[in-house]
Design a protein around this ligand. Structure first.
Ligand code: ATP
Ligand code: SF4
Length: 319
């Protein structure tokens, strides 16, 4: 059994201006110990997917489909059952550590809460246990006696990671964990993730707009566009031979060092803008920006095709 199985997941947000289809019939699975990168532009539905799994969607969300975590049906479970899983078996690292830590309390008062709540530990025991996870993310226990504002953004993000690891979860959902830090701290956090991956057995869903970040630590990639999963496969295959025109376009936007001084490399950008969520294009949602588009693309939504070990949502592969 897969650790996580998502079947035909759709999420709509009901707003005064209309309905936004944030996710449309998404199917994916995560194996134990596997790192899955969820990538795509802003508004493609990445965070909605993460919040749906941990059942933290806002009240204006309408959800259908199935999310099975270790066989357990997340969407139809009672709130008290979910509270036993959320923060213990499934933990989350949010984009902005500043909003996750209360500035009025010392770090040691806050980051041990999951251990106190889920394992009924005393604060003293929890702080003792926390030292191990702090060392895993390269921090000394000195940080426990600090207020959040005394620590840099990178240190705070590492604290969030230590907290997410502390309950020995099966799944960590990390939503843009490196987007609020500079490039060197980003590299440091990615290095820590890779080291921890070798030592522990949890799975991770890494949500990021940066396909380079995802591919540096993830085993598989799931590429999202306008709420659709447009390409899903192993990182190696997706990077070496991207099938979907949107994945190809995303990869062509990555700046690469020149191989020689005389060689110049034109940096591409994806033409056009992400679709208006209240008025998405007919047919394939990517067709107004796709250089391969033909008449059918604007008329009919493509069906998912299996190409080798890949799943691709594009008419080019519909035979
Ligand atoms: P970003 O990278 O900017 O966080 P994302 O890929 O994570 O984007 P989501 O945040 O999941 O995308 O949003 C998907 C769509 O749902 C967007 O059009 C967004 O505006 C809309 N949306 C998200 N949350 C809500 C909400 N609470 N109410 C209404 N619409 C929402
Ligand atoms: Fe491009 Fe058509 Fe494929 Fe959409 S279905 S990605 S428009 S070729």
């Amino acid at each position: 059994m897969k650790l996580l199985e998502i079947k035909e997941l759709s999420v709509e947000y009901v707003t005064p201006l209309g309905v936004i289809r944030a996710l449309e019939r998404v199917n994916l699975g995560v194996e134990r110990g596997e790192f899955l990168g969820v990538v795509g532009e802003s508004g493609s539905g990445k965070s909605t997917l993460g919040y749906a799994i941990i059942r933290l969607l806002p009240q204006n969300a309408r959800v259908s489909g199935k999310i099975l975590f270790e066989g357990f049906d997340i969407l139809s479970a009672k709130e008290e059952q979910i509270r036993k899983i959320r923060g213990k078996s499934i933990t989350m690292v949010f984009q902005d550590p500043f909003t996750s830590l209360n500035p009025l309390f010392k770090v040691g008062e806050q980051i041990t809460r999951p251990l106190e709540v889920h394992y009924a530990m005393s604060k003293r025991d929890a702080q003792q246990k926390m030292k191990h996870f702090l060392s895993l993310v390269g921090l000394s226990d000195y940080v426990l006696s600090c207020y959040p504002f005394e620590l840099s953004g990178g240190t705070q993000q590492r604290l969030m990671l230590a907290m997410a690891l502390s309950t020995a979860p099966s799944l960590i959902i990390a939503d843009e964990p490196t987007s609020s830090v500079d490039a060197s701290i980003q590299a440091q956090i990615l290095r820590i993730l890779l080291e921890i991956k070798k030592k522990t057995s949890f799975s991770m869903i890494l949500i990021t707009h940066n396909i380079e970040v995802a591919s540096s630590v993830c085993d598989k990639l799931c590429v999202m566009y306008a709420g659709r999963l447009v390409e899903f496969g192993s990182t190696k295959h997706v990077l070496s031979d991207p099938k979907h025109p949107y994945t190809q376009a995303l990869l062509s936007c990555i700046p690469r060092p020149r191989e020689s001084k005389t060689q110049t490399k034109k940096l591409s950008a994806i033409s056009g803008n992400p679709p208006d969520p209240f008025n998405t294009p007919t047919g394939c949602k990517f067709h107004p920006r796709c250089s391969h588009a033909w008449k059918l693309c604007g008329e009919e939504e493509p069906k998912e095709s299996v190409v080798g070990e890949r799943r691709v949502l594009c008419h080019l592969y519909n035979g």
